[in-house]
Each structure stands twice: as C-alpha cells, then as structure tokens.
Design a protein around this ligand. Sequence first.
Ligand code: ZN
Length: 478
Amino acid sequence: MAREVNALLGRFFAERRKTGRIDLESFELAVRTAVYQTGAAVLSDLLCYDAPLPEQRTRPCPCGQTAIYRELRSRTLLTAVGKVQLTRPWYLCSYCHQGQFPADREWDVENTELSPGVRRMLALVGQAAPFDHGREQMKLLAGLEVTTKTVERTAEALGADIGAQEQQRIQKAMQLYLPVIVGEPIPIFYIQMDGTGIPVTQAERRKGKVEGQPAHTREVKLGCIFTQTTWDAEGYALRDPDSTTYTGAIETATQFGQRLYAEAHHRGLNRAIQQVIMGDGAEWIWNLAGLHFPDAIQIVDLFHARQHLWDLARLLYPGDDAHQRKWILRHQPKLDQGQIEKLVRFLRSLRPSSAEVTEKILQQADYFEKNADRMRYPEFRRQHLFVGSANSPACSGPSAEPTPSSLCAAAISTVVPKPTGRIVAPPNFHFYVAHPGTKDTTAKSLARAVKTLMRRRLAVNSSKLMKTGLEIQDMGTK
Ligand SMILES: [Zn+2]
C-alpha cells in the first residue's frame, strides 16, 4: 500500500514540476484505484480458507446422506473494491452427486458473482436510470466494471423478490388472514388510484397486450393512501404529515384491486371512520371502489375533471389560446360549484359544425353526467375533504391551463427509462392535472415512488421510502 501510494505521489509531484499544473481528477482516481487494489488483496486474504481439519471434513447433504470434503476451489467475486478471489472448501455427496460450498452461504454469495455490497449498489443504480446508465454510474462512482446485463439482472432479481413478498401479503389479505392492527381511529382515510401508459420495449410489450392501448405502451396502475385528521383555519383539508404511501404495478385491475386493498388494510383501513376514494372517473376505478371499499365517498379528482373541460376548450377553439381561456373562465365555475347538470345541459346544447366534434362533446357530457355525484365539490368541501391532488388553487387558477401534476411530472422524468432500461418514446399521459411545478418536494418523493415502481416493475410498496423526507401537505388541494 505505502509503496503504491509513494509511487503515485512521485508521479503527482513530477507532473506539477513539469507542467506547473495538477490534474487532481486523474490523481484522485489513480489513488482510488491503488486503494482498491490494496483492499482487494486484503479481502482475498480474508476470503481464502484453509482446508478443513480432518474432523470437519464431512457435512450433512440435503439428500440425507453425507457430503465429504474434496478440495479447495476458487472463484472470482466482484466486491466494492473490485475483483477478489474466494477460495473455499468444496464438499461432494457421493450418493446424490450434489456439491456444496458452505462458505458461499455464509457470505451470502451463493449462485452470484456479486458481493452483497455490489448488489446493493446495482439495486440503486438499476432503479434510478436505464440499465446502461447504471453501468456507467458504477464505473464512475464506484470504479467498478459491470455489464449492462448485470445491472439488469440484479435489479430484476430484486424486483422479483419484492414482488413475491408482496404477493404473499396480498394473498393473506385476500384470504382474510389479517392481523388486526390496533391503534387510534383514523378520521378520514383516502385511497387514490390512477393509471397511465408507459412506453416499454418490444419484449415487454409481448407480455401483455391490452385492447385500446397504444401499441408501444403498457398501463401502470398507481395507488396512493393518506390520512387526514384536521383542517386549517379556512376549513381546507390538511393531510396528516408522513401519512402517504404508494403502491402500484403493471397488472390487471382485478390484481391491482387486491394490491390496493392489502395496502389499505396495512395502513389501518379497519380503523378508518370515513373512507374517501379519489380517481379520475375511469370505470375500473369505481368498480374497484365498489368491490373493496363500498362505504367510501367517491370523488372525481377536481383537476382531472378540469382537464376534461380543457380538452373541450381545445376541441372547440383549436389553436386559439385566448378563446380557450375565455371559454374555461366562463364554464369552469359550473364544475367547481358542482353544478354538473347545468354543465351537461350546456354541453349538449352546443352545435359545432362537425359531426366528429359533436360526438366528442357528447362523450364528455356523458362523462360529467355519469360522475355528477362524485363532483359535488362544494358539498365535499363543507365536509373539509380534499377534492383533488393539486398543489394550490393559485397554480391551477381558472385562466391557466393545468400543467402536469407532480405525479405526472414525476412519471415523465422517471418512467421514460422504462422497465427494461432502454428509452423508446416519451410517455403518453392522460392525467394532466395540476401544477405543483417541478421543484417541489412532492414531485421528488413521487419521483422516488415511481422509480421504485419501475425498479420493482411488478410491485411497489414504498411506504418506507416515503417516510424519508416526504412533505405532503402541499399535495392537498384548496
Ligand atoms: Zn446427497
């Protein structure tokens, strides 16, 4: 170690004498490499076993017979300080011909060439970006060479593990083997759901084609649970600090319903005094609500509903921003005041020139009519409930087009490098809801949630993740 560092120091000073400059970056990286090499030698020493003593040369074999020590065998492990040699005893059962390496189990490196430390790093980079970026990050940040495939395999294996654990929990919840969770009653218990298409690679597409969905996407369903105990001086709902957890998956509505129910139970559904379901008006959401949360108040997220009005404005005045805004100013109050029948009558009275536009307007009218009772916003506000997932009314005021919500922004920034790690296209989002901007902490925490979802691909439950530094009151709508 000392010798190597001395040699490096010699080079460092020689360069400074010669050029008068120091390239600190190349120097620091060279020092890291030297330190790693020393560390790898130390680890290799530690991981080099002696042959077992004569009285320790047999072990039970899983088949019931006895495995006998044959020899020391070596292999390479990639660790946090680079490649090291693991040399350990090998036992063979002459009855079933099954070999075993007890040391591998002890060090948690069975059937893998990656040390636990490296696996943790790969899990982190594998969830944060496309797998090939992960490879680059490993090289730069950790000085380790791995292949893109290694990043992918490690992240996917982890996701599969987590997915399997979650399935167990879901199955338990479905069979009603539910531990009763004791605690204080929860005054208001919110369950939010949404779905969105995420672009995926060819291999992923084949796994699940859904009718009516763009060919290059699959739908990811996201659920969010939070609670409310009180409201502010003006009567606006206040979210309980640190009360939000997320779950989600690429799966059918039926499977997702079970996942969400399990999460809700885990969060204390049985202690809820009032349940509220919030969604965008999609049929599957209310179906799941009726099935799993039949006593809940159903609310169409106001910002989803407003988005439908914006769709109409664009339809009626294509490319004419001024007219679109004017139209919204006139008609959004009906929605905000829960006068849905009036809004529906008005929409049906419109006589646009083209049959195609008429058709679309009537569809929107149907949407409002079908969800009318879920849009009684003044009534919900009287009960001090949240009515939407936006940040503040100032951000989504009547004349400004709603910009993507934090959920959406988070999804855009993180979902694009979709599950299989290659960017194929920008995502297609139907839920432009509110406007928290991109810098708010909610966007970040949601980004984390979505990233986790992507990492696990099949399963996410980021309650623990969410507990770290989540500021959620700003999610509340006023
Ligand atoms: Zn055996």
